[in-house]
Design a protein. Structure first.
Length: 227
């Protein structure tokens, strides 16, 4: 997953995930979230949850490479990542995500979301570190799974979108069991939508509601390819 969107009201996010925050800036809409952006994530805190700011792009000890996404099956094969699933699971609030149709020379952007959820929860893992000033900072990565039949024409993977009933399981140490059981995303099909959006989203500098406005048809020279 290269980009996602978060445009839900602060109160909706707090109610959906059972959290409270004194920050307002953390909940400002972002219609073109890219790696490196600071976004809210929900993490365990004692027997409850808290919402914190976090950088998209997991920083791992001793490694320079930033992990933006991780296939859930590969996570089970790497002890360091599997440990994070148990000790540092997180949920990423998101309104939807983008995918690009790669079968044309100039890839076409599409926006996908769950219609019944104003804000969804993507499964993720996070890590914490201290900066030079001694302040604790967080970074995160999104977990992915094989695409369902709606997403498959665009890409072979999609983010793991948790059912709200799974939030507690994911945040309380049952993540490995959930990963071993596997995900299909088929439960999302009756309520998931996908539509073509403006190519403005291709530029990370663009960030407005216009990016998720459906456009009625493809470019004239792409119609044949789509059909």
């Amino acid at each position: 997953m290269k980009r996602y969107v978060l445009e839900a009201e602060k109160s909706v996010i707090e109610e959906t995930f059972g959290v409270k925050s004194n920050s307002d800036s953390l909940f400002e809409p972002n219609y073109n979230v890219i790696s490196g952006n600071i976004m809210p994530i929900v993490i365990p805190k004692g027997e409850g949850r808290q919402i914190v700011s976090s950088v998209w792009g997991l920083k791992q000890d001793g490694k320079e490479k930033i992990l933006v996404e991780a296939d859930h099956e590969k996570v089970l094969k790497k002890d360091t990542l599997k440990e994070l699933v148990v000790e540092s699971p997180c949920i990423i609030p998101a309104s939807g995500f983008y995918k690009w149709k790669e079968t044309v020379d100039d890839p076409l952007p599409f926006y996908l979301r769950v219609l019944s959820q104003e804000v969804s929860g993507f499964a993720g893992i996070f890590s914490s570190y201290k900066n030079k000033e001694g302040r604790t900072l967080h970074s995160f990565a999104v977990l992915t799974m094989p695409a369902n039949v709606l997403v498959e024409p665009l890409d072979h993977t999609m983010p793991v979108i948790l059912d709200p009933k799974e939030y507690d399981q994911w945040l309380t140490g049952e993540g490995v069991r959930m990963l071993k059981k596997g995900f299909s995303g088929n439960h999302l099909l009756p309520d998931m939508s996908v539509f073509r959006v403006p190519e403005l989203v291709n530029d990370p500098a663009n960030n407005s509601k216009e990016l998720i406005q459906p456009i009625p048809k493809l470019r004239n020279y792409d119609v044949e390819d789509e059909g």
